[in-house]
Design a protein around this ligand. Structure first.
Ligand code: 0L1
Ligand code: MG
Length: 256
């Protein structure tokens, strides 16, 4: 049976808008990976038609911790829009999400377009800046469970991002200490080395993956490198702060 891609795109877009979980698509439809990316593209097109603007991409499953947490072992990507930006230090409403989680990342800002097979040196050369970032992920599937094609169709769970101060990318990024604090207390520690050994490799991967879908990482766009550690659940009353060595801090608070 041919998959009804526009229907699935609408289903997931409605799930985002209503913050309501849906059943895994893979329970009833055997999508190919290419079809899953097409569902993602069409669901984001619906957001763009409502006035949102593309601002970049988010990479997923770039660390072993994330792969093991979710049982997916392939690099994936999702599309970011301006509506997903959570101002650094601001408060989000829990009601906007189904079952949100957060994960520490680094974000790249591009000064030149990048697409296809590129070297780490070319990827670095395309960079304008780097920043500490927190990604708020929110699977639109019941119980936060999905297959590879499910999560790709669901825009790789992208939901929100806070970005801290931008710094020069001309510095080693491959082993920066990461600290996550919740309500002022240490929650978890890690290193940017967890992201493919060096987050720049995630940028190389992003350039290759978007090219398969005929896309380019545009100048001025943001690339989220992927969670460096397992994501954790967000609850009302939490103040989450990330500090990355040499890059600085970013934070947000969760309210009703
Ligand atoms: O940064 C990441 O690895 C995000 C993976 C997206 C899927 C998820 O964990 O829900
Ligand atoms: Mg992420």
């Amino acid at each position: 049976m041919t998959a009804d891609i526009p229907r699935l795109a609408r289903l997931l877009d409605d799930a985002v808008r209503n913050a309501t979980a849906v059943a895994q698509i893979s329970a009833t439809e055997a999508l190919t990976l290419q079809q899953a990316y097409e569902v993602q593209r069409q669901s984001i097109e619906r957001r763009l038609a409502r006035g949102e603007r593309r601002i970049g991409v988010a990479m997923g499953f770039t660390s072993r911790a994330k792969m093991e947490q979710m049982g997916v072992h392939d690099l994936i990507w999702g599309r970011l829009t301006n509506a997903m930006i959570v101002e650094d230090g601001s408060t989000i409403s829990r009601k906007r999400f189904v079952h949100p989680r957060v994960e520490p990342e680094v974000a790249f800002l591009l000064r030149k377009p990048l697409s296809g097979i590129v070297t780490a040196m070319q990827a670095r050369d395309a960079l304008e800046a780097v920043a500490p970032a927190l990604e708020i992920i929110d699977s639109r599937y019941q119980n936060f469970r999905f297959s590879l094609t499910d999560v790709v169709a669901d825009n790789s769970s992208c939901s929100g991002l806070t970005i801290g101060p931008w710094s020069s990318p001309h510095q080693p990024l491959d082993n920066l200490g990461i600290r996550v604090m919740v309500n002022g207390r240490a929650h978890s520690f890690g290193s940017t080395a967890a992201i493919l050994g060096d987050p720049v490799r995630s940028l190389v991967g992003a350039a290759g993956l978007v090219a398969i879908s005929g896309e380019v990482l545009e100048a001025g766009h943001i690339v989220m490198a992927g969670g460096a550690m397992a994501a954790f659940e967000l609850h009302v009353g939490m103040h989450v702060e990330l500090e990355v060595d040499r890059l600085g801090r970013t934070s947000f608070t969760v309210a009703e």
